[in-house]
Design a protein around this ligand. Structure first.
Ligand code: KG4
Ligand code: ZN
Length: 361
């Protein structure tokens, strides 16, 4: 069975063909995964502009889907048996482009379609790359829009253990980079500069949340995140250093100071993320942990996660960068999981920018 996946929740237009391969341990194979990134368009604005994103998806979607089908190569039967598409969460105008396109295509081709939660896609990207994870698994999803922790007790059963109360980790990277005049997106450039800096050079606080979220169920391993205090500390440090050096309000700090600041910021972010992930894994008796989303490209996060996994005796799943940033192959994989669990979309399904993640069935 083959599925066409479509993803347009933020600033990537993506389509992919994924097929089942009849192997219980490695259930799916990627035939094609085409991504049209809008990063160059949004760079000029210092972040994603929702209106521009939706319009660019309209421009790109037909070509991207055609290429995904073409690159998948010939199949014995039809090019795809159903369509999986991101229903939410994300930017509503952007989601609507992919969802409307998928519904129209499914109707015209006479195939079913399956609405998919974007974060279920990120979780299944780990399985797509590394095979089924030993369960229960604890998965950290960390991107420009999300920082959440999920427990996966059974295939397709997702339970949220925590989320950010304010900024996502990737958002903090982007905002700190903007503050330092390093451009957008901030993650890759801070990661590169951090490698040359002293990660204890600047004292920055690690946020400890003391008030529990009363709306969230009490679960072992529950942990929320917060990154806006860290971002404010960086801003305060930069302002103080500019004053001390007699610089103007928007002048760049000397390069060695920027490198130390990047390294120190990155250490605090990575430690906060991994402390939560491995605490949760211990509390849940996890058989494996995973990290998905654009920030999982971070070199220190990957390196430290593997080291902590080895120390704890827990396998760590981190997908290749092409599967960790937003892509349609992960949506197709989550769609296959949901399709096998019996889920089908009705023609009245609408985009939902704050769709909650439950299970795939
Ligand atoms: O998953 P993604 O491509 O898009 C969404 O936000 O959904 O993630 C993009 C985010 C941006 O905030 C970017 O700065 C961050 O991932 N990022 C990184 C790195 N590469 C990308 N953050 C830290 N280190 C990196 N190497
Ligand atoms: Zn994402």
């Amino acid at each position: 069975m083959r599925v066409l996946g479509i993803e347009t929740s933020c600033d990537e237009t993506s389509a992919a063909i994924v097929e089942e391969c009849g192997d219980a341990a490695r259930p799916w194979r990627v035939r094609s995964n085409v991504v049209a990134s809008q990063v160059e368009i949004h760079r000029a604005w210092g972040g994603v502009v929702p209106e521009l994103s939706a319009r660019q998806h309209i421009r790109d979607i037909c070509g991207v889907v055609e290429r995904a089908v073409e690159e998948a190569g010939p199949s014995d039967a039809r090019p795809y048996d159903f369509i999986a598409v991101t229903q939410g969460p994300g930017l509503v105008g952007s989601l609507l482009v992919g969802l409307s396109f998928a519904k129209s295509l499914a109707w015209s081709q006479g195939v079913p379609f399956v609405p998919v939660h974007h974060l279920a896609g990120h979780i299944e990207s780990l399985v797509l790359e590394g095979g089924e994870m030993p369960l229960p698994a604890v998965v950290l999803i960390v991107s420009g829009g999300h920082t959440s922790l999920y427990r996966v007790a059974a295939p397709g059963a997702y339970e949220r253990l925590g989320r950010t109360r304010d900024d996502a980790a990737g958002e903090a990277y982007d905002k700190v980079a903007k503050l330092l005049g390093l451009g957008y997106p901030g993650g890759p450039v801070i990661d590169r500069l951090a490698a040359e800096g002293n990660d204890r050079g600047v004292a920055l606080p690690k946020t400890r949340l003391t008030h529990p979220d009363r709306n969230a169920p009490e679960l072992p391993g529950r942990r929320d995140f917060s990154f806006s205090g860290l971002k404010t500390s960086v801003a305060r440090h930069v302002a103080l250093r500019r004053t001390a050096l007699g610089l103007t309000a928007d002048a760049a700090l000397p390069s060695p100071e920027i490198r130390d600041l990047c390294a120190s910021f990155q250490r605090v972010v990575v430690e906060s993320l991994l402390d939560a992930l491995f605490d949760a894994a211990r509390a849940c008796g996890a058989g494996s942990v995973g990290i998905a989303g654009g920030v999982s490209a971070n070199s220190r996060l990957r390196r430290d996660a593997v080291a902590r996994g080895e120390a704890a005796g827990v396998p760590v799943f981190v997908p290749h960068i092409s599967l960790s940033t937003d892509n349609a192959a992960m949506i197709a994989a989550a769609g296959l999981r949901a399709f096998r669990a019996g889920r089908r979309g009705g023609w009245d399904v609408n985009a939902d920018p704050s769709l909650p993640l439950t299970s795939s069935a």
